[in-house]
Every structure is written in C-alpha cells, then in structure tokens.
Design a protein around this ligand. Structure first.
Ligand code: DX5
Ligand code: ZN
Length: 226
C-alpha cells in the first residue's frame, strides 16, 4: 500500500486524466506529466455497467504504481465500488472517489475507506442534485463535481453542473478539496475556479496535446483570467 497523501486543501492542483492518454504506454504517459510537476494523476475506472465504457482494473493500477510517485486519484465509475475499493487500495490507489448514485450507505463506506488508509471522495453526476451529498460532503477529503456525463473524454463542459461547486464549498468548508472533471481546458477552467474548484481534472486538454508540460501550464495560467 502506498503512503502518498492527497495534498491538503488550499492549493490549485491539476490532475491529468489518463482517459485520453495512450493506454499502450501508460507508464511513460504518467511519467511525462509527473515530470511536469503534477502531484496527482486521475485514474478513470469504468465497468461498462455504471457507465457505457470500460477502462482498467486493479491489476493495471498495481503495475503503474511501480512507475509513479504521485497520488493516484482513483475515480470509480463502477456499479459496486464497495466490492472493489480494497483491491484498488492494495494496488496502490491513494484516493478513492465513489459515485453517490452507487452506494446505499455512503457514511459507512467513507469510514471503511478511511480505515483502509486512503483519502476519500464522493462525486455526483450532472443530473444528480447537491442535496444527495449534503450530509457526506463534509466527511470527505475531496468532493468531485462531474462537469460532463461520465464515460468518455473530450466532451463539452456543462456550466450548470460546475455551479454546484458554490453550494458544495458552503457545505464542506475550506478544508475539503473540490475537484471538477470533464471538459476542463484553458477556456473553461477559470469558471470552475471562480465557483470554488481547486482540483482540476483534464484529459483531452493535456494528453491530446504534443507538449504536456505546456498544456498543464496553460491550464494553470488560465485559472484566474475570468
Ligand atoms: C469522464 C471522466 C473524466 C474525463 C476527463 O467520464 O471521468 O475524467 O475523461 O476528460 P476530459 O478532460 O477530456 O473531459
Ligand atoms: Zn474522472
């Protein structure tokens, strides 16, 4: 199990999403963004059931762990996260985010994740109301606000969904990170930050660019341009 921790709230962090990376070369793709200075990478885990796409499982995460020293921010887009969370932690995930739509007793699951020694996140789809996470958001280390419908990269940023960050910041307070995921690029990121997001997932805007370090820097530079 890896001892890496999610950075404490209060800084802006970019979390490159591997969904748009070259899956035949994941270790070197991650090494490239790591060399650019990111503290975390976003692992999109899909089961073909909760979302209409599939990616990787714990076996691949364990192999990647040997090649990387940054936080594995693991976004479980799977129907039964309780069944698989431990396997991802044992594989080297440092942070586990689950969808509120998939868990009956989220408070219990948050406790279980903390007992496994990782930080914990809850997320909600664009159509899921903020009320669904009001009770549990303050118990998490990070809340992930989906700004696209999960399943695919390179979709268009949904501003209405991003606005949930404003209410979530009120509920969760300053000590919880707020992450946005989907359609983040230099044109959209300042809106998300203005709503209170501090953790910025970007796949297409980084891995589909030839110079990943520049792409990350372009996102950071654009954060305060609204
Ligand atoms: C969507 C995933 C995201 C997404 C981000 O299902 O959770 O992490 O792929 O990719 P971009 O930045 O391309 O929208
Ligand atoms: Zn994601």
């Amino acid at each position: 199990m890896s001892k890496l921790r999610l950075p404490a709230a209060g800084t802006i962090e970019v979390a490159p999403s591997i969904l748009s990376a070259d899956f035949s070369n994941l270790a070197s793709e991650i090494a490239e963004v790591e060399a650019a200075g990111v503290k975390m990478v976003h692992l999109d885990i899909m089961d073909g059931h909760f979302v209409p796409n599939m990616t990787i499982g714990p076996v691949v995460v364990a192999k990647l762990r040997k090649h990387s020293k940054v936080v594995f921010d693991t976004h479980l887009m799977i129907s039964d996260p309780r069944k698989y969370a431990k396997a991802f932690v044992e594989a080297g995930s440092n942070h586990i985010t689950f969808h509120i739509e998939t868990v009956d007793d989220p408070e219990k699951f948050i406790d279980e994740l903390h007992e496994l020694g990782v930080t914990c996140g809850v997320t909600l789809n664009p159509e899921t109301p903020v009320e669904s996470i009001e009770k549990v958001a303050p118990l998490c280390d990070m809340v992930l606000v989906m700004t696209v419908h999960p399943g695919f990269g390179a979709q268009e940023f949904i501003d209405e969904a991003a606005k949930k960050c404003i209410r979530i910041r009120e509920i969760a307070g300053p000590g919880v990170r707020i992450e946005v995921d989907g359609g983040i690029n230099p044109d959209t990121v300042s809106k998300a930050v203005s709503y209170g997001a501090d953790t910025l997932v970007a796949g297409n805007a980084i891995f589909n660019k030839p110079d990943r370090a520049k792409a990350i820097n372009d996102i950071l530079q654009a954060c305060n341009t609204l």
